[in-house]
Design a protein around this ligand. Structure first.
Ligand SMILES: [Zn+2]
Length: 383
């Protein structure tokens, strides 16, 4: 029997300790809390799992997506230099500050994502998770949305150059604009982003009529949701649109960006999902392809994001979390008392009036995709 490959986690205390500066909402320490939860819930060091330390990406690979001029600016930024050219490239703003060590940090974070993708290619891995990756907003010559190097675009480009078809599914509350732009005219990558509508949230894009161009027409899919959307509405749309498209596309690899910021407790967004929406959608994706790579992404409630990633890891590895500390007096480490012993949230359903509005919007988007994109993939809508 062929070795199905291992479940690989990339983890680094050094990357978890990186600091965007006091007051910046992006906290790399989420990865550390996540790793601690894996230990607490007996989700790591199981047979078939491996934890690897990220290694720096080969700088040449950065140029498969970014311009040489932009990379030069990042290197200067890394030395603590600053000038107006950087500002034009989005570096040195409140969102994307000049930080000493940022380039080195990005080389390691993107190195893990790229190495993970190559391990899938070589059949050394079945599932890879890099909580330090997922910088889906970075453009070819711009930093934006806390993202400097687009590790996702680089890793997918490498998979495509090895003849693989990749389905990209972005669960972050923000539209995955950098990845959309990277593959907008490319039919070898099917990009699907589920997010809060650009009417109310950065990056103000990701509408359903952004469907790809030229050869890539119909291979870029956006599911924008209204503020306040809950699990039920979200999952109805997910199941109606995502599995049929991925099944028809038949990818060699699914790449998932698991931003934790679509959770109802996130301070920067307005989606109202619970852990159930993440678990259900990730469980469905697992059934669609034997090779999966996932990264972190957004998530500004650090402990909630850590819990969502632990659930994502468990779901995609196919193992059940067991709280080693449950029942121990004084054993609580994180979160409210009520969440002791479980990574799952209590159920939540939006109030009837809000739900009706969110549902009508989601319905309209799903109908648009069924009418305009499904036929390009030879899919007949179920409804
Ligand atoms: Zn986000």
């Amino acid at each position: 029997m062929k070795n199905p490959g291992a479940d690989i986690l990339f983890y680094s205390d050094t990357l978890s300790s990186f600091d965007y500066g006091a007051g910046h909402p992006f906290k790399p320490a989420r990865a550390k809390y996540f790793y601690e939860l894996l230990n607490r819930f007996s989700l790591i060091n199981e047979p078939g799992q491996m934890v690897l330390a990220p290694r720096k990406i080969d700088e040449e690979l950065l140029l498969s997506f970014h311009t040489p001029e932009y990379i030069e600016l990042l290197k200067r930024c890394d030395r603590g230099e600053y000038d107006l050219d950087m500002l034009r490239a989005g570096i040195g703003t409140g969102d994307n500050p000049v930080i000493r060590g940022m380039f080195e940090y990005s080389l390691l974070a993107s190195g893990a994502t790229h190495q993970g993708a190559m391990m899938l290619l070589e059949n050394e891995a079945r599932f890879v998770f890099n909580p330090h990756g997922g910088f889906h907003h970075a453009g070819m010559d711009t930093a934006e949305g806390f993202c400097y190097i687009n590790d996702i675009a680089i890793a997918i480009t490498s998979l495509l150059s090895h003849g693989k078809k990749v389905a990209y599914v972005d669960l972050d509350a923000h539209h995955g604009n950098g990845v959309q732009d990277a593959f907008y005219s490319d039919r070898r990558a099917l990009t699907i982003s589920l997010h809060e509508t650009g009417k109310s949230l950065y990056p103000w894009t990701g509408f359903e009529n952004e469907t790809g161009t030229g050869e890539g027409e119909g291979f870029n899919v956006n599911l924008p949701f209204s503020p306040g959307t809950d699990d039920e509405t979200y999952l109805d749309s997910f199941h109606r649109i995502v599995p049929p498209l991925i099944t028809a596309f038949a990818p060699d690899v699914i790449f998932i960006e698991v931003g934790g910021d679509a959770h109802m407790d996130d301070p920067l967004t307005h989606m109202n999902l619970t852990s159930a929406a993440y678990k259900d959608s990730l469980g469905a994706l697992k059934e669609l392809c034997p090779r999966i790579i996932a990264t972190g992404g957004g998530g500004y409630n650090v402990h909630k994001t850590a819990a969502l990633w632990a659930l994502a890891w468990a779901t995609l590895c196919g193992i059940k979390p067991v709280d080693a500390f449950a029942g121990l007096v004084g054993g609580m480490m994180y979160g409210p008392e009520a969440q002791m012993g479980t990574l799952d949230d209590p159920p939540y359903s939006a109030a009837a009036a809000d739900k009706k509005e969110c549902r009508a919007d989601a319905e309209r988007v799903a109908e648009f995709i069924e009418k305009n994109i499904f036929p390009l993939h030879g899919i007949r809508a179920a409804s």
